[in-house]
Design a protein around this ligand. Structure first.
Ligand SMILES: Nc1ncnc2c1ncn2[C@@H]1O[C@H](COP(=O)(O)OP(=O)(O)O)[C@@H](O)[C@H]1O
Ligand SMILES: [Mg+2]
Length: 585
């Protein structure tokens, strides 16, 4: 059973590979510590007690006395130093392994498709990346350690029992006392079966608690605005209760193990006593035997909990593997070609897309957007405009048809090269918790300070940046929390200026601007779009009217393509959208 479980961990022992030197040393210390416990302690009793408590022997010289009593600190010294070195180095390897596992997990999160993050909550992923990785580390190191230390200790103590029993009273006693050893394995197996179910459950419930926690932290304003404090507290309380119940079920079985083994071993000791009485066993021999027996139950217990440890580790492993083995759909194909600066001609050929099977969001969309065209996407909310734009940087891949850039299927291009050719400004730009300068620089890391400030000026951001005491060195807070929506959008525009990519996607990029900055930004945008292929989704028709090409989306299909004048004359949907907007303005 344990063997099969260890097989499951096989691929992960590769994490121990780079540390095999240290690990071998730690394991050697473990074997020494095991032998010192299992064999050393009873052997010490056997050596010391008969000499000290001998009834009718000659008095000992001081030297003989010292030699005998020194056995005690000597055995404990060896055991102590070996145990210390063993646990210290196992921990050292363990933390390094944990780092590798966490990095692998984090690396995977960087490349997983966006759809993955819509299916999995942040809190659950946090708990997998932190708690489960931690559990896996504990399991790997405990297993690597105990799998040699405990057998060494067990063999040592069984060896000394056998030796004494053989010397003193023949082999019969050996069999009686050893009969208990296989018996103690019974509760271990029974409890183990109960534990495997609970282990995965605990990690899953922990994920639930973390989910609520992180969701709550990201909605602090909503909680106060809607008076949700009580509701959130109740929700968190329930999840946390469920977690506690799952944990207690685990504890119920896990903690039963030690008492069960001890009760069984007490039966063993009772039998040995009976036998000792019958054969008039000497007191010293008996004490040595008990010490040896006791020393043998320790490794049995350890091996038993090792089984549980493996099960807990398996629970964590399952949850980590769900992420680590998620198929990364959007990757470079093996023959992907490099791409320098693109011209920016986009072609959609019969492109269909759906987020979930059976729910069509884009249906057989075909359109050509020549390089340098300013192209506006118009249509009712939910018509598929953002989805259409998101196919260009391959945030999602179409389920049918293909998208081409300068005549090349996007699949044939290197992903990083493709994305380098695109600048995106979205409705809700995200800033990193860093300085404004660093936040702008990510758009083009090799840009000079002058270029960066010029971009900020062009986006009408320079002035408000300088109004902060720290200027460009102002730290913006998590997700840019210390800035207004309009300021964030202007920084996002500054990024687009700095990036100067041939393809520009503006998805409601001016929606958060107040009417003061709106006019200035419109002027900035006119400058930004020159010579670029632009996909612009805007809620204000003032921006749209000037577009060279307007695509009207309706329920996932292209209803019409044309200029403002053409569409206003010929397309009822466009006309009604336009009239409604201008009437309300
Ligand atoms: N991440 C998503 N998962 C599932 N459905 C989505 C997702 N994003 C958008 N949708 C759905 O796809 C349709 C088109 O959305 P979208 O492209 O955002 O429309 P628009 O930008 O035109 O308002 C809508 O019905 C929306 O509910
Ligand atoms: Mg949209």
């Amino acid at each position: 059973m344990a063997g099969r479980m260890i097989q499951r961990f096989r691929p992960y022992f590769k994490y121990l590979q780079p540390h095999r030197g240290l690990l071998s040393f730690a394991i050697l210390c473990g074997i020494l510590a095991g032998v010192a416990s299992g064999f050393g302690l009873p052997y010490m009793v056997k050596k010391v007690f008969p000499v000290i408590f001998a009834k009718d022997a000659l008095p000992l010289t001081p030297w003989e006395l010292t030699k005998v009593t020194l056995w005690i600190p000597a055995v404990f010294l060896v055991r102590g130093v070996a145990t210390y070195l063993n646990t210290y180095f196992i921990q050292l390897v363990g933390t390094q392994v944990l780092e590798t596992i966490r990095l692998d997990f984090f690396r995977k999160l960087q490349v997983l498709p966006l759809s993955f993050f819509q299916k999995n909550s942040t809190g659950d992923l946090l708990s997998r990346g932190l708690a489960d990785a931690n559990q896996l580390q504990v399991t790997l190191t405990t297993v690597a350690n105990e799998i040699v230390r405990s057998p060494a200790s067990l063999i040592g103590s069984i060896g000394i029992v056998a030796w004494i029993a053989y010397e003193e009273q023949g082999v019969a006693l050996v069999l009686v006392t050893l009969a208990v050893v296989p018996l103690s394995v019974l509760p271990i197996r029974y409890v183990g079966k109960k534990l495997i179910k609970r282990a995965g459950q605990i990690q899953a419930e922990l994920g639930g608690v973390t989910s609520i926690f992180s969701e709550n932290l990201s909605a602090t304003k909503e909680v106060r605005a809607f008076n949700l404090e009580e509701r959130e507290l109740a929700r968190f309380g329930r999840a946390s209760q469920t977690l506690i119940r799952a944990q207690m079920k685990f504890v119920k079985y896990e903690k039963a193990l030690t008492p069960l083994i001890e009760i069984i071993s007490a039966v063993g000791i009772a039998f040995t006593l009976l036998y000792a009485y019958k054969v008039h066993l000497s007191q010293e021999t008996f004490i040595t035997l008990i010490t040896a027996l006791y020393a043998s139950y320790e490794p049995i217990k350890k091996l038993g909990s090792l089984n549980n440890e493996l099960k807990r580790g398996l629970g964590a492993l399952d949850r980590l593997e769900e992420v680590l083995q998620t198929h990364v759909a959007i990757v470079d194909s093996p023959d992907a070609r490099p791409l320098g600066r693109a011209h920016g001609a986009l072609t959609f050929e019969n492109v269909s897309f759906s987020y979930q099977a059976g729910e069509i969001v884009l249906n057989q969309v075909s359109v050509q957007i020549p390089a340098g065209t300013v192209c506006a996407l118009v249509g009712p909310s939910g018509a598929g405009k953002s989805t259409f734009a998101n196919l260009v940087p391959r945030f999602f891949d179409p389920v049918g048809g293909r998208v081409l850039l300068d005549g090349h299927d996007l699949h044939s291009l290197r992903l990083a090269d493709l994305r380098r050719n695109i600048a995106i400004v979205s409705q809700d730009p995200v800033l990193f918790n860093d300085t404004i300068y660093e936040n702008l620089l990510i758009a083009r890391p090799e840009a000079t300070r002058e270029e960066l400030e010029a971009a900020a000026r062009a986006a009408y951001a320079h002035e408000f940046i300088l109004s902060f005491p720290a200027g460009y060195d102002t730290v913006v807070g998590e997700r840019g929390a210390r800035l207004s929506g309009g300021q964030k959008q202007r920084l996002a525009l500054a990024r687009a200026f700095l990036r100067n990519a041939p393809i520009l996607i503006l998805d409601e990029a001016t929606s958060a601007l107040d009417s003061d900055s709106e006019a200035a930004i419109q002027a900035a945008l006119k400058q930004l779009v020159v010579g670029k292929t632009v996909l612009i989704i805007a809620h204000r028709f003032s921006t749209i009217r000037d577009a060279t090409k307007i695509i009207v989306f309706d329920a996932g299909e292209i209803a019409a393509i044309g200029s403002h004048a053409e569409l206003y004359a010929a397309n009822p949907l466009y006309r009604s959208l336009y009239d409604r907007q201008t009437a309300s303005a």
